[in-house]
Design a protein around this ligand. Structure first.
Ligand SMILES: *Cc1c(COP(=O)(O)O)cnc(C)c1O
Length: 450
Protein backbone atom coordinates (compact mmCIF):
# COMPACT_ATOMS: atom_id res chain seq x y z
CA UNK A 1 0.00 0.00 0.00
CA UNK A 2 1.14 3.51 -0.66
CA UNK A 3 1.62 5.58 2.46
CA UNK A 4 -1.10 8.23 2.01
CA UNK A 5 0.25 10.72 4.52
CA UNK A 6 3.80 10.19 5.66
CA UNK A 7 3.92 10.37 9.44
CA UNK A 8 6.80 12.85 9.44
CA UNK A 9 4.33 15.33 7.97
CA UNK A 10 1.76 14.55 10.67
CA UNK A 11 3.91 14.70 13.74
CA UNK A 12 3.41 16.86 16.85
CA UNK A 13 7.09 17.86 16.49
CA UNK A 14 6.49 19.33 13.06
CA UNK A 15 3.45 21.26 14.30
CA UNK A 16 5.42 22.54 17.26
CA UNK A 17 8.24 23.81 15.08
CA UNK A 18 5.72 25.57 12.83
CA UNK A 19 4.00 27.12 15.82
CA UNK A 20 7.28 28.31 17.34
CA UNK A 21 8.27 29.91 14.04
CA UNK A 22 4.86 31.58 13.77
CA UNK A 23 5.30 33.11 17.25
CA UNK A 24 8.86 34.25 16.43
CA UNK A 25 7.68 35.91 13.24
CA UNK A 26 4.71 37.58 14.89
CA UNK A 27 2.12 35.66 12.86
CA UNK A 28 0.78 34.77 16.29
CA UNK A 29 0.90 37.65 18.72
CA UNK A 30 -0.97 38.17 22.00
CA UNK A 31 -1.91 41.72 20.96
CA UNK A 32 -2.09 41.76 17.19
CA UNK A 33 -2.68 38.22 15.94
CA UNK A 34 -4.69 36.28 18.49
CA UNK A 35 -5.98 33.73 16.07
CA UNK A 36 -4.68 32.29 12.79
CA UNK A 37 -5.08 29.32 10.50
CA UNK A 38 -2.13 27.38 9.09
CA UNK A 39 -1.99 25.01 6.14
CA UNK A 40 1.06 22.78 5.68
CA UNK A 41 1.55 22.87 1.92
CA UNK A 42 4.18 20.09 1.96
CA UNK A 43 1.67 17.80 3.63
CA UNK A 44 -1.01 18.83 1.14
CA UNK A 45 1.32 17.96 -1.75
CA UNK A 46 1.99 14.54 -0.21
CA UNK A 47 -1.74 13.89 0.16
CA UNK A 48 -2.52 14.93 -3.41
CA UNK A 49 0.37 12.71 -4.57
CA UNK A 50 -1.19 9.77 -2.75
CA UNK A 51 -4.51 10.52 -4.45
CA UNK A 52 -2.92 10.48 -7.91
CA UNK A 53 -1.03 7.27 -7.15
CA UNK A 54 -4.10 5.49 -5.80
CA UNK A 55 -5.80 5.38 -9.21
CA UNK A 56 -4.15 3.26 -11.91
CA UNK A 57 -2.57 5.08 -14.86
CA UNK A 58 -4.81 3.12 -17.22
CA UNK A 59 -7.83 5.16 -16.06
CA UNK A 60 -8.49 8.68 -17.33
CA UNK A 61 -9.35 10.47 -14.08
CA UNK A 62 -9.78 14.14 -13.13
CA UNK A 63 -9.52 14.76 -9.39
CA UNK A 64 -11.68 17.86 -8.90
CA UNK A 65 -11.12 19.42 -5.47
CA UNK A 66 -14.43 20.32 -3.78
CA UNK A 67 -13.96 24.09 -3.41
CA UNK A 68 -16.31 24.38 -0.45
CA UNK A 69 -13.77 22.56 1.72
CA UNK A 70 -11.33 25.48 1.41
CA UNK A 71 -12.03 28.08 -1.24
CA UNK A 72 -9.09 30.43 -0.67
CA UNK A 73 -7.86 31.30 -4.14
CA UNK A 74 -4.14 30.65 -3.38
CA UNK A 75 -5.10 27.23 -1.98
CA UNK A 76 -7.09 26.43 -5.11
CA UNK A 77 -4.14 27.63 -7.23
CA UNK A 78 -1.82 25.39 -5.24
CA UNK A 79 -4.09 22.39 -5.87
CA UNK A 80 -4.27 23.28 -9.56
CA UNK A 81 -0.48 23.23 -9.62
CA UNK A 82 -0.62 19.76 -8.10
CA UNK A 83 -2.73 18.55 -11.02
CA UNK A 84 -6.22 18.78 -9.59
CA UNK A 85 -9.41 20.15 -11.14
CA UNK A 86 -12.09 21.95 -9.13
CA UNK A 87 -15.69 21.22 -8.15
CA UNK A 88 -17.85 24.28 -7.51
CA UNK A 89 -21.40 24.83 -6.26
CA UNK A 90 -22.28 28.36 -7.29
CA UNK A 91 -21.12 31.59 -8.88
CA UNK A 92 -18.86 32.51 -5.95
CA UNK A 93 -16.89 29.28 -6.05
CA UNK A 94 -16.85 29.37 -9.86
CA UNK A 95 -15.28 32.84 -9.71
CA UNK A 96 -12.76 31.60 -7.15
CA UNK A 97 -11.86 28.59 -9.33
CA UNK A 98 -11.42 30.78 -12.42
CA UNK A 99 -9.33 33.26 -10.41
CA UNK A 100 -7.16 30.33 -9.31
CA UNK A 101 -6.48 29.63 -12.98
CA UNK A 102 -8.44 26.43 -13.56
CA UNK A 103 -9.36 25.75 -17.19
CA UNK A 104 -13.15 25.70 -17.46
CA UNK A 105 -12.97 22.11 -18.78
CA UNK A 106 -11.40 21.11 -15.46
CA UNK A 107 -14.19 22.69 -13.42
CA UNK A 108 -17.32 20.74 -12.42
CA UNK A 109 -20.49 22.59 -11.44
CA UNK A 110 -22.71 20.75 -8.92
CA UNK A 111 -25.57 22.38 -7.06
CA UNK A 112 -29.22 21.59 -6.55
CA UNK A 113 -30.13 25.25 -7.09
CA UNK A 114 -28.39 26.37 -10.29
CA UNK A 115 -30.11 29.42 -11.75
CA UNK A 116 -30.69 29.97 -15.48
CA UNK A 117 -27.97 32.59 -15.51
CA UNK A 118 -25.48 30.31 -13.75
CA UNK A 119 -26.23 27.46 -16.14
CA UNK A 120 -25.92 29.70 -19.19
CA UNK A 121 -22.53 30.92 -17.95
CA UNK A 122 -21.32 27.37 -17.29
CA UNK A 123 -22.39 26.25 -20.76
CA UNK A 124 -20.77 29.30 -22.35
CA UNK A 125 -17.51 28.61 -20.53
CA UNK A 126 -17.50 24.85 -21.14
CA UNK A 127 -17.64 24.02 -17.43
CA UNK A 128 -18.91 20.48 -16.74
CA UNK A 129 -22.43 20.42 -15.31
CA UNK A 130 -24.12 17.74 -13.23
CA UNK A 131 -27.89 18.13 -13.47
CA UNK A 132 -29.60 17.63 -10.12
CA UNK A 133 -33.29 17.27 -10.98
CA UNK A 134 -35.84 16.69 -13.74
CA UNK A 135 -36.69 20.39 -13.67
CA UNK A 136 -33.06 21.34 -14.13
CA UNK A 137 -32.88 18.94 -17.09
CA UNK A 138 -35.84 20.76 -18.67
CA UNK A 139 -34.09 24.05 -18.02
CA UNK A 140 -30.95 22.84 -19.79
CA UNK A 141 -33.11 21.69 -22.73
CA UNK A 142 -34.45 25.25 -23.00
CA UNK A 143 -31.02 26.83 -22.74
CA UNK A 144 -29.58 24.54 -25.41
CA UNK A 145 -32.57 25.25 -27.68
CA UNK A 146 -31.98 29.00 -27.23
CA UNK A 147 -28.35 28.54 -28.15
CA UNK A 148 -29.32 26.51 -31.23
CA UNK A 149 -31.77 29.27 -32.30
CA UNK A 150 -29.08 31.89 -31.96
CA UNK A 151 -26.66 29.73 -33.89
CA UNK A 152 -29.27 29.07 -36.62
CA UNK A 153 -29.89 32.74 -37.01
CA UNK A 154 -26.16 33.14 -37.45
CA UNK A 155 -26.32 30.22 -39.94
CA UNK A 156 -23.87 28.09 -38.03
CA UNK A 157 -26.01 25.04 -37.25
CA UNK A 158 -26.85 23.84 -33.76
CA UNK A 159 -23.73 23.64 -31.61
CA UNK A 160 -23.13 20.63 -29.40
CA UNK A 161 -22.52 21.86 -25.86
CA UNK A 162 -18.82 21.94 -25.06
CA UNK A 163 -19.58 21.13 -21.44
CA UNK A 164 -19.61 17.56 -20.23
CA UNK A 165 -23.18 17.22 -19.04
CA UNK A 166 -24.21 14.55 -16.59
CA UNK A 167 -27.02 13.71 -14.22
CA UNK A 168 -26.57 13.43 -10.48
CA UNK A 169 -28.06 10.20 -9.23
CA UNK A 170 -29.11 9.57 -5.65
CA UNK A 171 -28.24 5.88 -5.37
CA UNK A 172 -30.30 5.71 -2.13
CA UNK A 173 -27.80 3.36 -0.49
CA UNK A 174 -28.46 4.89 2.93
CA UNK A 175 -26.82 7.32 5.31
CA UNK A 176 -23.62 7.39 7.31
CA UNK A 177 -23.10 8.35 10.93
CA UNK A 178 -23.87 12.08 10.45
CA UNK A 179 -27.37 12.74 9.13
CA UNK A 180 -26.65 16.25 7.87
CA UNK A 181 -23.72 14.94 5.79
CA UNK A 182 -25.50 11.95 4.24
CA UNK A 183 -26.64 12.64 0.71
CA UNK A 184 -27.73 9.16 -0.39
CA UNK A 185 -30.62 8.50 1.95
CA UNK A 186 -33.99 7.58 0.47
CA UNK A 187 -35.23 11.17 0.71
CA UNK A 188 -32.03 13.23 0.29
CA UNK A 189 -32.45 16.61 -1.42
CA UNK A 190 -29.73 15.80 -3.95
CA UNK A 191 -29.94 14.18 -7.34
CA UNK A 192 -32.54 12.01 -9.08
CA UNK A 193 -33.58 9.16 -6.80
CA UNK A 194 -32.65 5.99 -8.64
CA UNK A 195 -34.97 3.56 -6.90
CA UNK A 196 -38.07 5.77 -6.96
CA UNK A 197 -40.88 4.39 -9.10
CA UNK A 198 -40.20 4.92 -12.80
CA UNK A 199 -37.03 6.96 -12.47
CA UNK A 200 -34.60 4.40 -13.93
CA UNK A 201 -36.77 3.95 -17.05
CA UNK A 202 -37.25 7.68 -17.34
CA UNK A 203 -33.47 8.20 -17.13
CA UNK A 204 -32.86 5.73 -19.96
CA UNK A 205 -35.37 7.62 -22.13
CA UNK A 206 -33.88 10.98 -21.13
CA UNK A 207 -30.47 9.82 -22.33
CA UNK A 208 -31.96 8.30 -25.50
CA UNK A 209 -33.48 11.64 -26.42
CA UNK A 210 -30.36 13.66 -25.59
CA UNK A 211 -27.09 12.47 -27.12
CA UNK A 212 -25.30 15.26 -25.22
CA UNK A 213 -26.08 13.63 -21.85
CA UNK A 214 -22.92 11.61 -21.40
CA UNK A 215 -22.05 11.45 -17.69
CA UNK A 216 -23.51 10.16 -14.46
CA UNK A 217 -22.64 11.59 -11.04
CA UNK A 218 -23.10 10.64 -7.42
CA UNK A 219 -21.77 11.85 -4.07
CA UNK A 220 -22.86 9.59 -1.25
CA UNK A 221 -21.93 11.86 1.65
CA UNK A 222 -19.27 13.90 3.41
CA UNK A 223 -17.65 12.48 6.56
CA UNK A 224 -19.33 9.66 8.42
CA UNK A 225 -19.84 7.41 5.37
CA UNK A 226 -17.68 4.31 5.14
CA UNK A 227 -15.69 3.61 1.97
CA UNK A 228 -17.89 0.53 1.47
CA UNK A 229 -21.09 2.61 1.55
CA UNK A 230 -19.54 5.12 -0.85
CA UNK A 231 -18.47 2.31 -3.18
CA UNK A 232 -21.97 0.80 -3.09
CA UNK A 233 -23.35 4.13 -4.27
CA UNK A 234 -20.83 4.26 -7.11
CA UNK A 235 -21.72 0.65 -8.02
CA UNK A 236 -25.40 1.56 -8.35
CA UNK A 237 -24.52 4.42 -10.68
CA UNK A 238 -22.13 2.29 -12.74
CA UNK A 239 -24.95 -0.25 -13.06
CA UNK A 240 -27.22 2.48 -14.40
CA UNK A 241 -24.52 3.51 -16.89
CA UNK A 242 -24.32 -0.06 -18.20
CA UNK A 243 -28.11 -0.25 -18.41
CA UNK A 244 -28.36 3.01 -20.37
CA UNK A 245 -25.59 2.03 -22.76
CA UNK A 246 -27.05 -1.47 -23.13
CA UNK A 247 -30.60 -0.29 -23.86
CA UNK A 248 -29.42 2.42 -26.22
CA UNK A 249 -27.03 0.07 -27.98
CA UNK A 250 -24.32 2.70 -27.95
CA UNK A 251 -21.66 3.92 -25.52
CA UNK A 252 -23.37 7.15 -24.62
CA UNK A 253 -22.40 7.29 -20.96
CA UNK A 254 -18.66 7.81 -21.24
CA UNK A 255 -17.87 9.05 -17.74
CA UNK A 256 -18.68 8.59 -14.09
CA UNK A 257 -18.20 11.32 -11.50
CA UNK A 258 -17.93 9.42 -8.22
CA UNK A 259 -17.99 12.44 -5.87
CA UNK A 260 -15.91 12.91 -2.73
CA UNK A 261 -16.61 12.18 0.90
CA UNK A 262 -13.68 10.07 2.04
CA UNK A 263 -13.85 10.34 5.85
CA UNK A 264 -11.05 11.87 7.90
CA UNK A 265 -9.83 10.54 11.27
CA UNK A 266 -10.33 13.41 13.73
CA UNK A 267 -9.08 11.31 16.66
CA UNK A 268 -5.38 10.73 15.95
CA UNK A 269 -2.45 11.57 13.73
CA UNK A 270 -3.27 8.47 11.69
CA UNK A 271 -4.58 9.21 8.29
CA UNK A 272 -7.91 7.37 8.38
CA UNK A 273 -8.71 5.38 5.29
CA UNK A 274 -6.32 6.37 2.53
CA UNK A 275 -7.27 6.87 -1.11
CA UNK A 276 -5.60 3.56 -1.89
CA UNK A 277 -7.90 1.76 0.55
CA UNK A 278 -10.92 3.42 -1.02
CA UNK A 279 -9.75 2.39 -4.48
CA UNK A 280 -9.47 -1.19 -3.17
CA UNK A 281 -13.11 -1.03 -2.03
CA UNK A 282 -14.09 0.41 -5.40
CA UNK A 283 -12.30 -2.47 -7.15
CA UNK A 284 -14.35 -4.92 -5.10
CA UNK A 285 -17.73 -3.22 -5.53
CA UNK A 286 -17.30 -1.70 -9.02
CA UNK A 287 -14.64 -3.47 -11.11
CA UNK A 288 -16.06 -1.77 -14.23
CA UNK A 289 -14.63 1.50 -12.96
CA UNK A 290 -11.13 0.35 -13.79
CA UNK A 291 -11.90 -1.31 -17.11
CA UNK A 292 -10.84 1.82 -18.99
CA UNK A 293 -14.37 2.03 -20.47
CA UNK A 294 -15.29 5.05 -18.36
CA UNK A 295 -13.57 8.35 -17.75
CA UNK A 296 -13.69 9.28 -14.09
CA UNK A 297 -14.02 12.42 -12.02
CA UNK A 298 -13.57 12.51 -8.24
CA UNK A 299 -14.56 15.38 -5.93
CA UNK A 300 -12.64 15.00 -2.68
CA UNK A 301 -12.52 17.97 -0.32
CA UNK A 302 -12.03 17.28 3.38
CA UNK A 303 -9.64 14.35 2.91
CA UNK A 304 -7.33 16.48 0.73
CA UNK A 305 -6.73 19.20 3.34
CA UNK A 306 -8.17 18.55 6.80
CA UNK A 307 -5.15 16.83 8.35
CA UNK A 308 -2.71 19.37 6.90
CA UNK A 309 -4.16 22.37 8.68
CA UNK A 310 -4.47 23.66 12.20
CA UNK A 311 -5.90 26.73 13.91
CA UNK A 312 -4.01 28.44 16.74
CA UNK A 313 -5.49 30.81 19.32
CA UNK A 314 -4.33 32.55 22.47
CA UNK A 315 -5.87 31.88 25.86
CA UNK A 316 -7.09 35.25 27.10
CA UNK A 317 -8.41 34.30 30.53
CA UNK A 318 -8.97 31.22 32.64
CA UNK A 319 -11.46 30.61 35.46
CA UNK A 320 -13.29 27.86 37.25
CA UNK A 321 -17.07 27.67 37.39
CA UNK A 322 -18.93 25.03 39.34
CA UNK A 323 -15.66 23.19 39.73
CA UNK A 324 -14.97 23.15 35.96
CA UNK A 325 -11.75 24.72 34.66
CA UNK A 326 -12.47 26.95 31.67
CA UNK A 327 -10.04 28.56 29.24
CA UNK A 328 -11.45 31.49 27.26
CA UNK A 329 -9.71 31.72 23.88
CA UNK A 330 -10.16 33.64 20.66
CA UNK A 331 -11.16 30.51 18.69
CA UNK A 332 -14.84 29.68 18.80
CA UNK A 333 -17.87 29.46 16.60
CA UNK A 334 -16.44 31.84 13.97
CA UNK A 335 -13.73 29.31 13.00
CA UNK A 336 -15.12 26.01 14.31
CA UNK A 337 -18.78 26.33 13.45
CA UNK A 338 -19.69 22.66 13.06
CA UNK A 339 -17.80 21.65 16.18
CA UNK A 340 -19.57 24.29 18.27
CA UNK A 341 -23.07 23.58 16.96
CA UNK A 342 -22.77 19.80 16.61
CA UNK A 343 -20.02 18.78 19.05
CA UNK A 344 -20.87 15.06 19.04
CA UNK A 345 -20.49 14.82 15.27
CA UNK A 346 -17.44 17.06 14.95
CA UNK A 347 -15.03 16.53 17.86
CA UNK A 348 -11.64 18.19 17.42
CA UNK A 349 -8.30 17.27 18.95
CA UNK A 350 -6.68 20.14 20.78
CA UNK A 351 -3.08 20.56 21.89
CA UNK A 352 -1.85 22.98 24.56
CA UNK A 353 1.24 25.17 24.12
CA UNK A 354 3.00 27.85 26.08
CA UNK A 355 3.57 31.38 24.78
CA UNK A 356 6.64 30.29 22.78
CA UNK A 357 4.67 27.60 20.99
CA UNK A 358 6.29 24.74 22.92
CA UNK A 359 3.91 21.93 23.82
CA UNK A 360 2.87 22.16 27.49
CA UNK A 361 3.73 19.34 29.86
CA UNK A 362 1.91 18.70 33.10
CA UNK A 363 -0.89 16.72 34.67
CA UNK A 364 -3.95 16.66 32.43
CA UNK A 365 -6.90 18.54 33.91
CA UNK A 366 -10.43 18.43 32.49
CA UNK A 367 -11.04 21.86 30.95
CA UNK A 368 -13.62 23.51 28.75
CA UNK A 369 -11.99 25.27 25.82
CA UNK A 370 -14.26 28.21 25.11
CA UNK A 371 -14.49 30.71 22.29
CA UNK A 372 -15.13 34.46 22.50
CA UNK A 373 -18.74 34.48 21.28
CA UNK A 374 -21.57 35.54 23.55
CA UNK A 375 -23.51 32.33 23.90
CA UNK A 376 -22.89 29.55 26.37
CA UNK A 377 -22.48 26.84 23.75
CA UNK A 378 -19.44 28.52 22.19
CA UNK A 379 -17.08 25.74 23.29
CA UNK A 380 -14.65 23.90 21.01
CA UNK A 381 -14.12 21.17 23.64
CA UNK A 382 -15.83 20.14 26.88
CA UNK A 383 -14.04 18.66 29.89
CA UNK A 384 -10.97 18.00 27.76
CA UNK A 385 -7.96 16.60 29.64
CA UNK A 386 -5.04 18.95 28.90
CA UNK A 387 -2.20 20.45 30.93
CA UNK A 388 -3.76 23.33 32.87
CA UNK A 389 -3.99 26.34 30.58
CA UNK A 390 -3.03 29.83 31.65
CA UNK A 391 -3.53 33.26 30.10
CA UNK A 392 -1.00 33.77 27.29
CA UNK A 393 -0.88 30.08 26.37
CA UNK A 394 -1.81 28.93 22.90
CA UNK A 395 -4.35 26.24 22.03
CA UNK A 396 -4.19 24.47 18.70
CA UNK A 397 -7.26 23.00 17.02
CA UNK A 398 -5.94 20.08 14.98
CA UNK A 399 -7.09 18.73 11.61
CA UNK A 400 -8.76 22.01 10.65
CA UNK A 401 -7.37 22.45 7.12
CA UNK A 402 -10.83 22.07 5.56
CA UNK A 403 -14.19 23.63 6.50
CA UNK A 404 -12.84 25.51 9.56
CA UNK A 405 -11.05 28.90 9.58
CA UNK A 406 -11.52 29.16 5.83
CA UNK A 407 -15.28 28.69 6.18
CA UNK A 408 -15.99 31.37 8.80
CA UNK A 409 -19.27 32.11 10.51
CA UNK A 410 -20.16 35.77 11.05
CA UNK A 411 -21.23 36.32 14.66
CA UNK A 412 -20.59 39.06 17.23
CA UNK A 413 -18.62 40.90 14.55
CA UNK A 414 -15.77 38.45 15.08
CA UNK A 415 -13.17 39.05 12.40
CA UNK A 416 -11.98 36.41 9.94
CA UNK A 417 -8.43 35.45 10.92
CA UNK A 418 -5.41 35.28 8.64
CA UNK A 419 -4.55 31.93 7.08
CA UNK A 420 -0.90 31.15 6.38
CA UNK A 421 0.62 28.58 4.06
CA UNK A 422 3.63 26.75 5.49
CA UNK A 423 6.59 24.90 4.03
CA UNK A 424 9.45 23.35 5.96
CA UNK A 425 12.79 23.10 4.15
CA UNK A 426 14.97 20.01 4.55
CA UNK A 427 17.18 21.95 6.99
CA UNK A 428 14.12 22.59 9.16
CA UNK A 429 13.62 26.22 8.13
CA UNK A 430 9.93 27.11 8.31
CA UNK A 431 8.63 29.47 5.63
CA UNK A 432 5.21 31.11 5.61
CA UNK A 433 3.22 32.73 2.88
CA UNK A 434 -0.13 34.47 3.20
CA UNK A 435 -3.17 32.58 1.94
CA UNK A 436 -5.64 35.11 3.36
CA UNK A 437 -5.04 38.35 5.23
CA UNK A 438 -6.89 38.88 8.49
CA UNK A 439 -10.10 40.79 8.00
CA UNK A 440 -9.90 44.36 9.29
CA UNK A 441 -12.44 46.24 11.35
CA UNK A 442 -12.77 48.69 8.43
CA UNK A 443 -13.71 45.80 6.11
CA UNK A 444 -16.25 44.55 8.62
CA UNK A 445 -17.74 48.03 8.92
CA UNK A 446 -17.97 48.39 5.17
CA UNK A 447 -19.63 44.99 4.87
CA UNK A 448 -22.18 45.89 7.51
CA UNK A 449 -23.17 49.14 5.90
CA UNK A 450 -21.01 51.35 8.10
C1 LIG B 1 -19.23 18.51 -0.32
C2 LIG B 1 -19.18 17.79 -1.61
C3 LIG B 1 -18.02 17.12 -1.97
C4 LIG B 1 -16.80 17.02 -1.07
O1 LIG B 1 -17.04 16.28 0.06
P1 LIG B 1 -15.81 15.98 1.06
O2 LIG B 1 -16.45 15.27 2.20
O3 LIG B 1 -15.25 17.30 1.46
O4 LIG B 1 -14.83 15.14 0.33
C5 LIG B 1 -17.98 16.53 -3.22
N1 LIG B 1 -19.04 16.57 -4.07
C6 LIG B 1 -20.19 17.19 -3.73
C7 LIG B 1 -21.29 17.22 -4.70
C8 LIG B 1 -20.29 17.81 -2.49
O5 LIG B 1 -21.44 18.42 -2.15
Amino acid sequence: MTDPRPTALRSPERRESILRAAVREGLLDPEDALLAGFLDLDAVAATVGSLHRAFPDSVDVLHAFAAKANSLVPVLAELRGLGMGCEVAGPGELAQALAAGFDPERIVFDSPAKTRRELRRALDLGVAVNIDSWQELARIDELLADRADTADRAEHGAPEPRSRIGVRINPQVGGGSIGAMSTATASSKFGIALADEGNAERLVEAFRARPWLTWLHCHVGSQGCTPDLMAEGVAAVAGLARRINGELGRRQVVGLDIGGGLPVDFHSDLAGPGYDEYVERLRVHVPALFSGRFRLVTEFGRSVLAKSGFTAAYVEYTKTSGGRAIAITSAGVQVATRTVFAPESWPLRISAHDATGAEKRGEPVAQDIAGPACFAGDLVARARALPLLEPGDIVVLLDTGAYYATTPFAYNGLLEPAVHGVRVASDGTVRFRPLRRAQTVEELLARTGG
